[in-house]
Design a protein around this ligand. Structure first.
Ligand SMILES: Cc1ncc(C[n+]2csc(CCOP(=O)(O)OP(=O)(O)O)c2C)c(N)n1
Ligand SMILES: O=C1C[C@@H](O)[C@H](O)[C@@H](O)C1=O
Ligand SMILES: [Mg+2]
Length: 637
């Protein structure tokens, strides 16, 4: 037997993390980049001590909020195509409770992150230790059990030697493209400092091979037969296309056979928006062109998509009677959806294999693709040119606010800027290789429809969980992954207020991010949702007890942190601020006051939401009826 080495559990953990490598397409690199920490009594004396003694190549970051730093870790692995991760170390109790939301975000998006929350004492000697729940039905239940449903692998370390088998399971999951996601290893706070004679072999360099899963001959033959039978197949490009790095194969496949492409939020910018066959966003927040193409299609080829309700317009986006589905996905769970023919395989490999088998085939879309694309380009131009007027203004979201109410907003916020024009002006001004980051509110809808990503992999919107607060933390994670790119967080005022603490971390460590804050003084998209379904405007506008609209000086908040800040009420000011922000070496925030109801809306999508079945309001009763009638045409599972 090889020798042993005496280490604490935490020292062994850090030593092991330093020895994990990943191998993809012949390239090998270290898998764990670093570790975010907020120290408390549950981790500072264990993991804190181990890092202080010898962190190896791991970069150590001090987070400001556990959820925020975990979101940065998620964004990092998303940007690195799941081929490099960050670990997240928290204290016990509230520190670990704070990462439940982030673990759920990582879970829904299938992004690998290693969570290392502290836990109660294994010996139970001091029970109840500070922050212990003392659950009556079981002393073994701690806050960390709340992480079980949002972890792909979960374990609790109560003895130092358990760490070895636990970490092997953890890294097997973290490096599997079909099952990866958040992995949680809770470490009891006494165990964290306890020593053990570890087998030295445990710390040898380990290489995890992320081999590309190839389709079987049976799958390929069935898929080509299905495509050949189809006259109008349509590709939905999901996140899997980006994780697989299948841009070239997808473009070649689409061009060779004239197959239009539509994009999900996660798949957007897998192929640049300017590509002739790319019809843009699909579904509820999609373009009219993509949604029309989906209705006209007789075969949907879903590549690396999990078919969320936003993508399928709650299963109304297709002519289900006459449309077949072909799913290419590394995950069997997703490949099985919508009764599809399943090709359980890596996107890049599957596309290149299929390409060679379809000689002579061509779809009937022909000129229709260019026609649909031009149609949307025209609509984009209209959106960019919208100008507010004090009289007779017809906002994109219609019939909710009167002209007087819109004027009241214009006065209170001192602005006449429509959201869509501001966003498109930003799109025009930013360097094409800038990366934009978003997650929640009305902005992801505008972005999926109207943002032109003229370079691949420049669009980073977390919409698997659409978690408010991801936008700024996520921008930090993206910057850490791509330090040479200019990174822009596109965030609503509601999301900003919910969580922006990692802006301080970005300032602290000099990782420049730019925050583009769209302030419409409210939870705008939810206000649209309630009013669009027959309700009133109820607790979604930011008004005080006197019903006055709140006007918060967010630029001042950012200045307080040390960021360079700008106040913007016109397109000219916006362009100037963007130009100046680009010259800065420190993080910036542009406080853009925009009018409510001026985000994009419509374009053929539909969302099945829980409208009240009985109500005193006629408009709500109508909304319920219209939902029921829409559901008649929806696929029921
Ligand atoms: C953590 C979290 N809580 C609640 C929601 C539900 N939600 C979605 S969007 C939204 C309001 C967003 O407001 P804001 O960021 O100002 O964007 P706007 O819609 O006004 O553009 C809320 C409350 C969410 N997505 N995430
Ligand atoms: O409830 C929601 C509605 C969506 O419009 C929004 O983008 C998303 O953040 C959400 O949670
Ligand atoms: Mg808002």
């Amino acid at each position: 037997m090889a020798g042993t080495i005496r280490l604490t559990t935490s020292q062994a953990l850090i030593k092991f993390l330093n020895q994990q490598y990943i191998h993809v397409d012949g390239e090998e690199s270290a898998f764990v980049e670093g570790i975010f920490t907020v120290f408390g009594h549950g981790n500072v004396l264990g993991i804190g001590q181990a890092l202080e003694q010898d962190s190896g190549h791991l970069k150590v970051f001090q987070g400001k909020n556990e959820q925020g730093m975990a979101h940065a870790a998620i964004a990092f692995s998303k940007e690195k195509r799941r081929r490099k991760i960050m670990a997240v170390s928290t204290s016990a109790g509230p520190g670990s409770a704070n990462v439940v939301t982030a673990a759920a975000t990582a879970f829904a998006n299938q992004l690998p992150v290693l969570f290392l929350p502290g836990d109660t004492f294994a010996t139970r000697q001091p029970d109840p230790v500070l922050q212990q729940l003392e659950q009556e039905y079981s002393i073994a239940v701690t806050t960390n059990d709340a992480l079980k449903p949002v972890s792909r692998y979960w374990d609790r370390i109560t003895r130092p030697e358990q760490l070895m088998s636990s970490l092997l399971r953890a890294f097997e999951v973290l490096t599997d493209p079909a099952r990866c996601g958040p992995v949680t290893i809770c470490i009891c706070q006494d165990t964290a400092g306890e020593a053990f004679d570890y087998d030295e072999a445990f710390f040898s360099k380990r290489v995890h091979y992320m081999d590309r899963l190839a389709p079987s001959e049976r799958e390929l033959l069935a898929a080509t037969e299905l495509i050949r039978r189809s006259r109008r197949p349509l590709i939905i490009a999901g996140g899997g296309v980006r994780y697989s790095g299948a841009r070239e194969e997808l473009m070649a496949f689409s061009s060779a056979y004239d197959i239009p492409i539509v994009e999900t939020q996660a798949g957007k910018s897998a192929v640049e928006s300017t590509f002739a066959n790319n019809l843009g966003g699909m579904g509820l927040t999609g373009t009219s062109s993509a949604n029309k193409a989906a209705q006209e299609a007789d075969l949907i080829i879903g590549i690396g998509t999990r078919y969320s309700d936003f993508t399928t317009s709650s299963k109304t986006a297709f002519d289900f009677e006459n449309t077949a589905f072909l799913n290419i996905n590394v995950s069997r769970l997703h490949a099985y959806k919508l009764d599809a023919l399943q090709v359980v395989a890596d996107a890049k490999t599957a596309l290149s294999r299929l390409h060679g088998m379809l000689e002579g085939y061509r779809t009937e879309f022909g000129e229709r693709i260019g026609q649909l694309k031009r149609e949307w380009d025209g609509e984009r131009e209209r959106l960019a040119g919208i100008v507010f007027a004090r009289e007779g203004f017809d906002p994109e979201v219609k019939g909710h606010f009167t002209q007087e109410q819109l004027n009241e907003y214009a006065d209170a916020l001192g602005t006449e800027l429509p959201q869509s024009s501001a966003l498109l002006a930003i799109n025009e001004a930013l360097a094409p290789d800038s990366i934009i980051v978003g997650a929640a509110g009305s902005l992801p809808g505008d972005l999926q429809r109207a943002w032109s990503a003229s370079e691949p992999d420049t669009y980073h919107v977390e919409y698997g969980y659409s978690c408010m607060g991801y936008e700024i933390s996520g921008a930090l994670g993206v910057k850490l992954a791509k330090p040479d790119c200019e990174v822009y967080s596109i965030v609503g005022d509601g999301s900003f207020l919910m969580l922006h603490s990692e802006l301080i971390t970005a300032l602290q460590y000099n990782h420049k991010i730019n925050v583009l804050l769209f302030d419409n003084s409210g939870f705008g998209c939810i206000n649209n949702l309630q009013m669009g379904n027959g309700g009133g405007s109820y607790f979604c506008e930011f008004r005080n007890d006197e019903k006055q609209i709140m006007n918060i000086d967010y630029a001042k908040v950012a200045e307080g942190y040390g960021a360079k800040a700008y106040r913007v009420n016109t397109l000219d000011q916006l362009r100037e601020a963007l130009a100046d922000a680009k010259q800065q070496s420190r993080s910036t925030l542009i406080d853009i006051k925009v009018l409510p109801k001026t985000m994009t809306d419509g374009y053929g999508g539909w969302w099945n939401v829980g409208v009240a079945e009985v109500s005193e309001s006629e408009s709500i009763r109508q909304a319920h009826e219209s939902r029921m009638s829409k559901l008649q045409g929806a696929k029921s599972y």
